[in-house]
Ligand binder design. Structure first.
Ligand SMILES: *[C@@H]1O[C@H](CO)[C@@H](O)[C@H](O)[C@H]1NC(C)=O
Ligand SMILES: *[C@@H]1O[C@H](CO)[C@@H](O)[C@H](O)[C@H]1NC(C)=O
Ligand SMILES: *[C@@H]1O[C@H](CO)[C@@H](O)[C@H](O)[C@H]1NC(C)=O
Ligand SMILES: *[C@@H]1O[C@H](CO)[C@@H](O)[C@H](O)[C@H]1NC(C)=O
Length: 321
């Protein structure tokens, strides 16, 4: 209980005084004992940490310089200050075996604390919880403070249209890639062509636009293609970059290119076949009419003679044609 009241004293004091008053009871006890080897310090996740909206976020804070953090003489306090706020709010405190939770679910598991991990867990983090987070660790007689700017972002939602297409060679084709998200900035879209070799960045034929309305960030990117036959079955990739994405989102577009002459070629061949059939029919008709004219004149007496002559004529006609 004595430590609990010390915690309350700490809460009411100005930062410079906290330094002295917070650990004061134990400080007095340890006044004449030599300070432990090495000074205490904490390490944060750089100056800025980005977490995803609705995620079970962990604000990083690792304690260094103390060989074996003993939670019975250890205090940890987490403060938060919103971007528009002037005052800090205490989110979590563990001091002298007493725990205070100022935000539902805010937690530094004691098990982690024993191994020097003072990271704050914030389940289901919201956009309004962005701001500066301060981790204050006291292991009597030392104290260390670290702070980090926390950004809460929603990951973008992206679409590609169409996902595949069959086009004639040299026919202009447009692909649209869209990405959007609430309270997002700097979503960028790039295009790649995946050929047999390495993927190639596309730099030409791209029109990109973005809008930002009521906090909704929208980016659209058109890729214009005039494919050659070599581009058939090539995958084009829309690559979406955003800091909330551990790796870029990639959407595929598959293109099938057909020869533009192919259709005309088939048609030409059809006409050629029809022409040949008609010609053959015409020839046969002529022969048939000719034979019909010649055969009735044949009389029984000279049938053998005429037959041989007709055969000759027939052969002659065929050769002539
Ligand atoms: C957050 O933690 C809760 C409880 O452990 C779990 O049900 C939920 O799926 C977690 N959410 C995410 C986004 O990991
Ligand atoms: C994001 O946008 C801001 C303002 O437009 C700019 O200052 C910053 O450099 C951009 N960041 C990245 C990573 O593109
Ligand atoms: C891009 O945005 C500008 C301004 O809003 C508009 O005039 C233009 O038509 C847009 N371009 C495309 C390709 O959507
Ligand atoms: C896109 O194409 C690449 C290359 O073939 C492939 O590795 C990847 O799995 C594809 N992605 C999707 C979403 O189909």
């Amino acid at each position: 209980m004595a430590h609990g009241s010390a915690g309350r004293v700490l809460r009411g004091c100005e930062p410079p005084l906290q330094l002295l008053v917070g650990p004061l009871p134990l400080l007095l006890v340890l006044w004449h004992t030599p300070p432990s080897a090495g000074s205490l310090h904490v390490k944060m996740a750089g100056t800025t940490q980005t977490v995803l909206l609705n995620d079970n976020a962990t604000v990083f804070c690792q304690v260094y310089g103390h060989p074996s953090p003993n939670i019975t003489i250890m205090g940890i306090t987490w403060f938060w200050k919103g971007p528009a706020s002037a005052t800090e709010v205490k989110l979590f405190e563990f001091f002298g075996g007493h725990q205070m939770i100022g935000r539902p679910g805010a937690m530094v598991p004691l098990k982690n604390l024993e191994s020097g991990n003072a990271s704050l867990q914030l389940p289901g983090i919201q956009l309004r919880e962005a701001g500066v987070y301060r981790c204050e660790v006291v292991i009597t007689p030392h104290k260390a403070v670290g702070q980090v700017k926390l950004e809460v972002v929603a990951s973008p939602v992206s679409n590609l249209f169409p996902e595949q297409a069959v086009v004639k060679e040299n026919q202009e084709t447009h692909i649209l890639c869209m990405s959007s998200g609430l309270h997002l900035n700097n979503i960028t879209i790039t295009w790649r062509k995946l050929s047999q070799k390495d993927p190639q960045e596309i730099s030409e034929g791209i029109i990109t636009n973005h809008t930002n309305e009521n906090g909704m960030f929208n980016v659209t990117s058109f890729l214009m293609l005039k494919p050659s036959l070599d581009d058939s079955m090539t995958i084009y990739q829309c690559v979406i970059h955003h800091k909330s994405l551990p790796s870029p989102q990639k959407l595929n577009f598959t293109l099938t290119v057909i020869e533009s002459e192919k259709a005309a070629c088939i048609l030409k061949n059809i006409f050629l076949y029809i022409g040949a059939i008609l010609l053959a029919g015409l020839i046969l008709s002529i022969i048939f009419i000719f034979l019909k004219k010649v055969l009735p004149q044949t009389n029984p007496l000279s049938s053998i003679l005429k037959a041989s002559r007709n055969t000759q004529t027939y052969t002659g006609e065929t050769e002539e044609l």
